[in-house]
Design a protein around this ligand. Structure first.
Ligand code: LLP
Length: 421
């Protein structure tokens, strides 16, 4: 459920009419709803409450929406953060997230990033290779510290999602193959500077079925038992993120409640503290991309609705062929079939072909829905279009939470060397 709805024929974010935001901030602009973020956070928290030993840690996947105001809303809901770079780590800390609630994932953490995690006293490093584990131990020893760590394993499970966002198959770059986990544990747990205390996994994103998750979790349960049998102490398991959201009408992903029940059932006798890393399920439906129709151009078959948002602002359709709902901000009930495209000079800049949607003409406002996750964060400045602005709505007020960075500001950071003058 979200808080984007028609009131008196005008699409609102909570109590704010979207045309007001377009007037204030211009378009394209991402609009997030605080009430929706809070609701999703609450529903997820309630769904996993009681899973594992003590209270689980919910570490929001910052990559899905790293905006500081969004992180602040979630920090106030008791969330920590799953970060994958020094930049994300700095954001989580800046949003007031407790260091011990921060988990650092990613296959390519640099020495500087390992050091930053250590000096920040983060709660856990999810180590993705033997090589990384050795380096982390060495860096920590050099600083006179001990890194808290879990070993990310690759369970070789097909998550049944888009190939580019599957992470748990044997030939994906993530984690250590299950068969080598025992050997890695034996070596790494003997190192000073490292307290290897758990296991982590994440098999993919936008999962519409719980079965692959359950299969992967069961493998982790077996591994935990094997590791304990070999004398290792396992106190933590990080189950990653991945829960899908409905992008299309009729798409029916598993509910957080069903996910929570499955987790409780599978992990009942694990006796560990659990961590979750949800991203999309928290932020996806909490945001829309508000755009204005530049013009409608006649096509050979369907007309082209050319909007002022483009693939640089919302990359998912171009990258993954992803579907985003598209609707008018002031629908009058009439419909059209259209190709919805941005102004960028490549055919990849197409949001939808032959889409049945609200009738639109030049100057109208429209939204791409379910754009709160993996939206603004994946923006670029391709075609020198600048970076899109972001707004957070709270009841009947709204605030710009990320300025639009125009093409001029980006150009200001560039230099022509003297020897070219
Ligand atoms: N934890 C780890 C280690 C991850 O790699 C990810 C996402 C998550 C948690 C959060 O997964 P979620 O709950 O959001 O599914 N750009 C793509 C999605 C990439 C996801 C990468 N990893 C998209 O737009 O669909």
């Amino acid at each position: 459920m979200d808080h984007f709805a028609l009131k008196d024929g005008v699409l609102h974010a909570e109590n704010v009419p979207l045309p007001r935001i377009a007037e204030d901030v211009g378009t394209p602009v991402y609009v997030y709803s605080r009430a929706t973020l809070e609701r999703h956070a609450r529903v997820f928290s309630e769904s996993v409450a009681g899973a594992g030993k003590g209270e689980p840690l919910i570490a929001f996947a910052v990559k899905s929406n790293p905006n500081l105001a969004v992180l602040k809303v979630l920090q106030q809901q008791g969330f920590g953060a799953d970060v994958v770079s020094g930049g994300e780590l700095r954001r989580a800390l800046a949003a007031g997230m407790a260091p011990e609630k921060i988990v650092f994932s990613g296959v390519g953490k640099t020495r500087a990033e390992l050091q930053l995690g250590l000096t920040s006293r983060i709660g856990q490093f999810n180590i993705e290779s033997l090589e990384e584990g050795r380096e982390l131990a060495e860096v920590a020893r050099g600083m006179g510290l001990t890194a808290q760590a879990a070993l990310r394993i690759n369970p070789d499970v097909d998550a049944g999602t888009h190939d580019k966002i599957s992470t748990g198959k044997a030939d994906n770059k993530f984690g250590i193959p299950l068969v080598r986990a025992r050997e890695a544990f034996d070596e790494l747990s003997a190192l000073d500077g490292l307290n290897l205390r758990g296991v982590a996994l994440h098999i993919g994103s936008q999962l519409l079925d719980l079965t692959p998750l359950e299969t992967a979790f069961a493998k982790v349960g077996q591994l935990v038992a094997d590791l304990r049998g070999a004398g290792h102490t396992i106190t933590h398991v990080d189950l990653g993120g991945g829960l899908g959201v409905p992008y299309r009408e009729g798409e029916n992903p598993p509910s957080p409640a069903a996910y929570g029940e499955m987790v409780k059932r599978v992990t009942a006798d694990w006796d560990v503290i659990l961590t979750f890393e949800p991203g999309r399920v928290i932020a996806g439906n909490a945001g829309v991309l508000l755009t204005r129709v530049v013009r409608v151009k006649r096509g050979v078959r369907d007309p082209f609705v050319i909007v002022d948002a483009a693939m640089n602002d919302l990359a998912r359709p171009a990258l993954y062929g992803a579907y985003h709902g598209f609707s008018s901000v002031t629908p009058d009930g009439s419909q059209m079939t259209a190709n919805i495209v941005g102004p960028i000079c490549e055919t990849g800049d197409t949001f939808a072909m032959g889409r049945d949607c609200d009738a639109l003409s030049a100057g109208d406002l429209a939204v791409f829905r379910t754009a709160g996750a993996y939206g603004a964060t994946m923006a670029s400045s391709y075609n020198s279009r600048g970076f899109v602005a972001e707004v957070l709505v709270d009841g009947d007020r709204h605030a710009v939470v990320a300025d639009r960075i125009d093409a001029g500001a980006i150009m200001d950071a560039e230099r022509v060397p003297e020897w070219l003058e």
